[in-house]
Design a protein around this ligand. Structure first.
Ligand code: GDP
Ligand code: MG
Length: 440
């Protein structure tokens, strides 16, 4: 994809902001890549809409090509949609914590039950009991028992002829009596979604009240992924997704589809048949795979570093010329928030103890960043360029627009003046912000 995008944009001689028609052309390529990766069509549409609104009008910085710029926006949006924070299995409940696994037949529920049990035993030092509630497939309960033996995990003894709901109840009481921390319930599947399966799952849920209900789904699931995820989520209510066969050839578009329709996190991925082939979900890696760009992460990180450095250098240049306006301040606030707040930045620089005190005295801390940014974004373009024109009535309008008070606006303006003065002085020597630009 990155090559294809590159070639589209290399044709453009004109640089500057990304135009709507450039972006539309790029989105055609993105759409094709996502469909190849088996992302569901509705999800493709909402994804490209989001990227389009983020990309149009974005200025292309000198150090990257327009193609790279779009790739970065596409990648960021993808990582965001896949879920930027790693989420793991939640065991925060009274023991024994019930965990239920659901999914279609052959998706990997039984294998994943044993894998998770092993992981919780090894890493979290939990005592885990596993039970198969699959009375549908012959020998399904024996399969879990064998896996349990391999993994050194206790399995609920098999009682012939018992119904799934009764096995569930028995598993819970056995776990309680045996002093287990976690009890895992492996369930039956079907080759496709049907009402009897949903009814059975809903009934098991009702009687065992699981703390986690994990949908186990094959990464190779194509356009059906949305239907599967939506059915299980609507009828049974899932708390997370485990994607299996990520070791296969599939591009993993199902991850994006299922996450988008359920808004539930992908918690773990299966990467092989062995019981230790279970990993944490890494949105960056899957994003690169869905987009079909092995090198995307490195490329994007380089672009991001360039973008930050270039913005900081631009700001530093303006400051040296004494042109530090409120737009620059807003940009600085954004950068600061990213790298750990004003005091964090100041603390990293040698010989700025005195200035740090000054800044602390201005009352800039991370919690204030958001309100200050809100104030600045409620101003007109002209007001941001020439803060001097801000008189009482304008301030009242801005306070109302940003949900703040006039005093806070005054404080911000005072801070801006002090910073602008400080910048000018520092600009005479080698400035803090040019050093910061080097750091970014
Ligand atoms: P269930 O019907 O949902 O219980 O599925 P099973 O757990 O019985 O798994 C079906 C098949 O998929 C078995 O042969 C597993 O070894 C295999 N399998 C499960 N997870 C993975 C995985 O992450 N990667 C690969 N390559 N195979 C897997
Ligand atoms: Mg099974």
């Amino acid at each position: 994809l990155s090559e294809r995008l590159g070639s589209i944009f290399d044709k453009l001689t004109k640089r500057g902001a990304l135009s709507e028609s450039d972006v539309n052309e790029a989105m055609r390529e993105v759409r094709r890549a996502l469909i190849e990766a088996d992302v569901a069509l509705d999800v493709v549409r909402s994804f490209t809409d989001k990227v389009r609104s983020r990309a149009v009008g974005q200025e292309v910085i000198r150090s990257v090509t327009p193609g790279q710029m779009v790739v970065k926006i596409v990648n960021d949006q993808m990582v965001e949609m896949l879920g930027s924070d790693a989420e793991t299995i939640d065991l925060n409940a009274a023991a024994p914590v019930p965990i239920m696994l659901v999914g279609l037949q052959g998706s990997g529920k039984t294998t994943t039950t044993a894998k998770i049990a092993r992981r919780l035993t090894d890493r979290e030092k939990r005592k885990v009991l596993i039970a198969s509630l699959d009375t549908r497939r012959p020998a399904a309960q024996e399969q879990l028992k064998i896996l349990g033996e391999q993994a050194g995990i206790d399995t609920l003894p098999i009682v012939a002829g018992q119904m799934p709901v009764d096995i569930g109840k028995r598993a819970l009481s056995a776990a309680r009596l045996g002093g287990y921390d976690v009890v895992m319930l492996d369930t039956a599947g079907r080759t496709h979604i049907d009402e009897s399966l949903m009814a059975e799952m809903a009934e098991i849920r009702r009687t065992t009240n699981p703390h986690e209900i994990l949908l186990v789904a094959d990464a190779l699931t194509g356009q059906d992924a949305v239907n599967v995820a939506k059915s299980f989520n609507d009828r049974v209510g899932i708390t997370g997704i485990v994607l299996t066969r990520v070791d296969g050839d599939g591009r993993g578009g199902a991850a994006l589809s299922m996450r988008a329709v359920t808004e539930k996190p992908i918690k773990l991925i299966g990467v092989g048949e062995r019981l230790d082939a279970l990993e944490e979900f890494d949105p960056k890696r899957i994003a690169g795979r869905i987009l079909g760009m092995g090198d995307v992460v490195g490329l994007v990180e380089k672009a991001a570093a360039n973008i930050d450095a270039e913005q900081a250098a631009k700001a530093a240049e303006r400051m040296r010329k004494g042109q530090f306006d409120l737009d620059d301040l807003a940009e600085q606030l954004g950068q600061m928030a990213k790298i750990g707040g004003m005091s964090g930045v100041m603390g990293m620089l040698p010989g700025v103890g005195k200035m740090k005190k000054q800044i602390d005295a201005m009352g800039v801390d991370d919690s204030v960043f958001k309100r200050q940014t809100a104030i600045i974004s409620s101003m007109t373009k002209q007001e941001r360029k020439k803060p001097d024109i801000l008189k009482a009535s304008r301030k009242r309008r801005i306070a109302a627009g940003s949900g703040t008070r006039v005093e806070e606006i005054n404080k911000l303006l005072k801070m801006h003046r002090q910073m602008a003065d400080m910048m000018k002085q520092m600009g005479k020597g080698k400035g803090m912000f040019s050093r910061m630009a080097g750091m970014a």
